[in-house]
Design a protein around this ligand. Structure first.
Ligand SMILES: NC(=O)C1=CN([C@@H]2O[C@H](COP(=O)(O)OP(=O)(O)OC[C@H]3O[C@@H](n4cnc5c(N)ncnc54)[C@H](OP(=O)(O)O)[C@@H]3O)[C@@H](O)[C@H]2O)C=CC1
Ligand SMILES: O=C(O)[C@@H]1CCC=N1
Length: 295
């Protein structure tokens, strides 16, 4: 581990945290989530080399103050830790480029669906991890799931880097697709709910800016309440619901229209999609392998 961080002596800090400012991290595919990761890591003092394909994106990353390039191999060779944040279907081409340059390095994929098995096969000799952050990393509130390989050498370092985006939860690999559906996609699902509540507020005559505040503050407050008190959501609901009052009228409609079952179905479908992605990407990698004439 020492070798990753150059010659700086104080590797392990109090509380088992690492001196991240000694570290160079490559983020391959710094698009929407990758550039948020770049900002979070950079705010922790990490030197980030971000990559993208298009000139526009590289220029944008440079304007944000990052070292940016289209040269993935350069980024991998310069970095001690590599993050991969291209879209899953973009991964086979990227793996083809960098596969011969990652041996001995920790490589963390934040791509939905792609299993450790496939990462190991395409990144020979690397210590591969899967992580699933979410967009809330932009406000340092990501709930990031982490899958580490067995006998991981760099796990504490990777956790420290990921914690620059918020909370980190270590998971067995069989839960990461479900985590992707709940926490990775979570901000989109919750944003749909917020949008619906704002429309509902408009429908009953609350002006738009007030509607936005009413909904957001209620959501943040409810999350804070549940986070800080030992109360089950159903108990909170009961505390709000006056017999014969207003809340029960709303709850009756929600129950009748099947909001809970819609959400359960939605998360199941998103989880299944992540699993299917794994098969699709593996097929593409095999095709690429065959087309290259390899045996
Ligand atoms: N968006 C989200 O909230 C989350 C996404 N993820 C995962 O992160 C990944 C990225 O998602 P997202 O950020 O939304 O997607 P984006 O399309 O915004 O980002 C992907 C980036 O990868 C770049 N790219 C593609 N191929 C290469 C290559 N060969 N070399 C260098 N750069 C390349 C693209 O560059 P260019 O723009 O120049 O084409 C683009 O900027 C996905 O795998 C997704 O599953 C995980 C958690 C949350
Ligand atoms: O929609 C997706 O596939 C990615 C994974 C989690 C969030 N966005």
């Amino acid at each position: 581990m020492q070798s990753l961080l150059g010659h700086q002596p104080a590797l392990v800090l109090k509380g088992c945290r690492f001196r991240l400012s000694n570290l160079t991290v490559a983020i391959l595919g710094a698009g929407k989530i990758g550039s948020i990761m770049a900002r979070s890591f950079s705010d922790c003092g990490i030197h980030v080399i971000a990559t993208a394909r298009s000139r526009e994106r590289i220029e944008k990353l440079r304007m944000q103050g990052f070292e940016a390039t289209s040269d993935n191999v350069y980024a991998v060779e310069k970095a001690s830790v590599v993050f991969i944040s291209v879209k899953p279907y973009q991964y086979p081409a990227l793996a083809w480029q960098i596969g011969g340059h990652v041996s001995g390095k920790p490589v963390v994929s934040v791509m939905a669906g792609i299993p450790l098995r496939v990462l190991r096969k395409t990144l020979p000799g690397a210590e591969v991890y899967r992580a699933m952050p979410n967009l809330n990393a932009a406000v340092k509130r990501s709930a990031t799931g982490l899958v580490a390989p067995s006998n991981a050498q760099y796990k504490e370092l990777i956790k420290s880097i990921l914690s620059c985006m918020g909370s980190v939860y270590e998971l067995p690999e069989q839960l990461i697709d479900a985590w992707t559906a709940v926490a990775g996609s979570g901000p989109a699902i919750i944003a749909e709910f917020i949008d619906s509540m704002i429309l509902a507020a408009l429908a009953v005559g609350i002006p738009r800016d007030l509607a936005y505040d009413a909904v957001l503050e209620s959501i943040i407050g409810t999350a804070e309440y549940l986070r800080t008190r030992p109360v089950h959501p159903a108990q909170l609901r009961d505390e709000v619901t006056t017999p014969g009052g207003t809340t029960i009228m709303a709850l009756k409609i929600i129950e009748g229209k099947g909001m809970k079952s819609a959400l359960i179905d939605a998360v199941e479908k998103a989880t299944a999609r992540a699993r299917k992605l794994a098969r699709e990407i593996e097929e593409r990698i095999e095709e690429q392998h065959e087309n290259s004439g390899a045996s």
